[in-house]
Design a binder for this molecule. Structure first.
Ligand code: GDP
Ligand code: ZN
Ligand code: ZN
Length: 593
């Protein structure tokens, strides 16, 4: 149980690297200031501390105005001009949704009764004989069902006879100028109630005390809810008389941007207009906006109708907008979402460090890289910051040759090749850590050398030793011995201390003083286990293993590398000679993973 509690009551934090640098410190503060200014600006200007809600609304409209229309009618064969006055009931129609329609132009077909009559002549309906018509045929474009006869329409024009409301409607262009051109002067009153249920706030566009005889004007009277139709078209840059001929669709936008905070309260509508239909009336297939309706009546007990094709303008009222009110949760969410932007400085400075420590900068191939000093600094930071780790595989090995400054990393299956021949990848040798060295009991006196021994060592390290015939072909120092391991693992131990022929590392002073010195090794073992008692049996093997580690630590520097470091054959056998095993059967290097 206590272990579980220990797991729960613990806290992990990141360890950071603090770089003491005026440049980077300045960059950091500048970026933080920019981010902070932006975040605060966005917070205030977009009111991101508010909870926003979409508006819910209802609209009611009233169109007012009277128009005089001059109509030409064909009454008993004679053309007659009639002047009639049209009021609201004549030209507005209820349309579903937040819309209203104002008729501006129309085509009338009067006195229609059910019967048989020829179609209005068009390219599609003209015929020369009954063969051109088909009984029972119904064209979606036509006005009735064909009887199969071809009859005279007027003069020598013959068209197919149809069973329909007769006479059929003439396919004519809309009158120009529009019959209700004066609809321009009509006015519309828009009543708009809005609600923000979440904020429990309701209001409307017509407040008590508003002068109801006003007319909307964008700058002079922007709150007036009464609009002259002609003004609306002027606002969008359209010509009313032009649109009136074919009809069109106009949007009236009411935008509510409400700030419901007590200290900045504002909630008034903004009106704007937008032409919503296809403006290119010449190019489009069905220009404008029109529909047909009929007025039915009975005359002499016969049902008759007047068909009207009405052209006009549909006004769509679009109400949108939001209401916002201060909300602590929104503020916290916003602050939380902006915190990540403060990481921008880290990203940018890290990027600078890694780019200016890159190889291209170091190699000074680019003459424009003037800041090679800064490259060196960045490289230093980068080294401090970055620790790369190689996957610890069975195949991973490190090799160090005494005649090469770098260490080689071999990360492959050897497959019969001796380790000496594998090229591997160069890795920098870790720099020497003198603090470790100071712990070594170098002050411990070596036993007095046997006469002549010191000179012998000197001689060996200076001169190239004669290559004994017994040393294997891959050996360059002459002191290596063939491996004892089974055939399959043998290549692992086929490694010399040198890449090119020369003196053996075992003849060097540090090797003798560090790796072979019984006193040093004993001290190191005691350093680890102060009360260690070395009996004769274990002493040799413990000292041998300690000597291996000692060599690895000396030649490979860091513990990471030492774990995978392979000893050259000469060193391995020199150590084994010094600290032998009684049966002479050594197990050799085993990968720790
Ligand atoms: P043993 O004493 O019979 O086990 O045989 P060895 O004298 O070969 O010692 C084996 C121990 O030394 C094992 O723990 C090995 O991992 C280690 N060892 C042997 N050779 C090497 C080597 O080349 N590099 C490293 N790092 N360790 C080695
Ligand atoms: Zn050798
Ligand atoms: Zn050697």
């Amino acid at each position: 149980m206590p272990a579980l509690w220990d797991d729960i009551f613990q806290y992990e934090t990141d360890k950071v690297l603090r770089i003491q640098s005026t440049n980077y410190g300045t960059i950091k503060w500048i970026l933080h200031m920019i981010v902070f200014s932006y975040v605060s600006f966005a917070l205030v200007s977009d009111k991101l501390y508010q909870r926003k809600e979409d508006v819910i609304s209802s609209v009611h409209t009233k169109v007012k105005g009277v128009a005089e229309v001059r109509e030409e009618t064909l009454g008993s064969g004679l053309k007659k001009v009639v002047h009639s006055v049209l009021d609201t009931a004549d030209y507005t129609f209820p349309v579903q949704g937040n819309s209203f329609f104002v008729m501006t132009n129309f085509l009338k077909t009067e006195n229609q009764v059910q019967g048989l009559c020829p179609e209005y002549p068009t390219r599609r309906t003209l015929c020369s004989s009954d063969r051109g018509c088909k009984k029972g045929w119904m064209d979606p474009q036509s006005k009735g069902i064909q009887t199969g006869r071809c009859v005279v329409y007027k003069g020598n024009q013959k068209t197919c006879e149809v069973s329909a409301w007769c006479p059929t409607e003439a396919t004519e262009e809309a009158p120009r100028p529009a019959l209700l051109n004066s609809a321009e002067n009509f006015t519309v009153l828009i009543k708009n109630n809005i609600d923000f249920p979440g904020h429990k706030y309701t209001t409307r566009n017509i407040l008590p005390g508003l002068n109801i005889t006003c007319t909307f004007h964008k700058t002079e009277n922007p709150q007036c809810p009464i609009f002259r139709l002609g003004d609306i078209f002027q606002e969008t840059g359209d010509n009313f008389s032009e649109v009136a001929v074919q009809g069109g669709i106009m949007g009236i936008e009411i935008y509510w941007n409400c700030n419901l905070d007590r200290w900045f309260h504002s909630c008034r509508p903004k009106y704007s207009f937008r032409r919503l239909d296809d403006k290119m009336s010449n190019g489009s297939v069905y220009p404008g906006y029109n529909f047909r309706y009929a007025k039915y009546y009975r005359e002499n007990n016969v049902e008759k109708r007047t068909l009207i094709k009405a052209f006009g303008i549909r006004f769509d009222i679009l109400v949108f907008g939001t209401g916002g009110k201060f909300d602590v949760i929104m503020l916290i969410v916003y602050i939380g979402s902006t915190l990540s932007y403060f990481g921008l400085a880290t990203v940018l400075i890290d990027l600078l460090i890694s780019t200016y420590s890159s190889r291209c900068c170091r190699s000074r191939v680019y003459p424009y890289c003037k800041c090679c000093g800064c490259c060196a600094v960045n490289e230093y930071y980068y080294r401090k910051k970055c620790e790369s780790v190689v996957e610890p595989k069975r195949t991973l090995k490190y090799v160090s040759f005494v005649d090469e400054f770098h260490i080689r990393m071999v990360n492959e299956q050897l497959l019969g090749r001796s380790l000496q021949d594998v090229k591997g990848q160069e890795v920098p040798r870790p720099l020497m850590d003198f603090t470790d060295l100071s712990r070594l009991p170098l002050s411990l006196q070596d036993p007095p050398p046997a006469p002549g021994q010191a000179e012998e060592v000197q001689l060996l390290s200076k001169e190239e030793p004669p290559r004994p015939s017994s040393s294997p072909s891959w050996c360059q120092c002459g002191n290596c011995l063939p491996s004892q391991l089974p055939e399959s693992q043998r290549c692992l131990e086929e490694l010399c201390c040198r890449k090119k022929p020369g003196a053996c590392i075992t003849t060097s002073e540090p090797f003798r003083k560090l790796v072979l010195s019984r006193r040093v090794l004993k001290f190191l073992l005691l350093y680890q286990e102060p009360l260690l008692v070395l009996d004769a049996d274990s002493a040799s093997s413990r000292l041998r293993h300690c000597a291996y580690r000692c060599y690895a630590a000396w030649r490979f520097g860091s513990q990471d590398l030492a774990d995978f470091a392979v000893l050259p054959s000469c060193c391995r056998w020199r150590i084994r000679m010094e600290f032998p095993k009684s049966d002479g059967q050594y197990r050799g290097f085993r990968s720790p993973y």
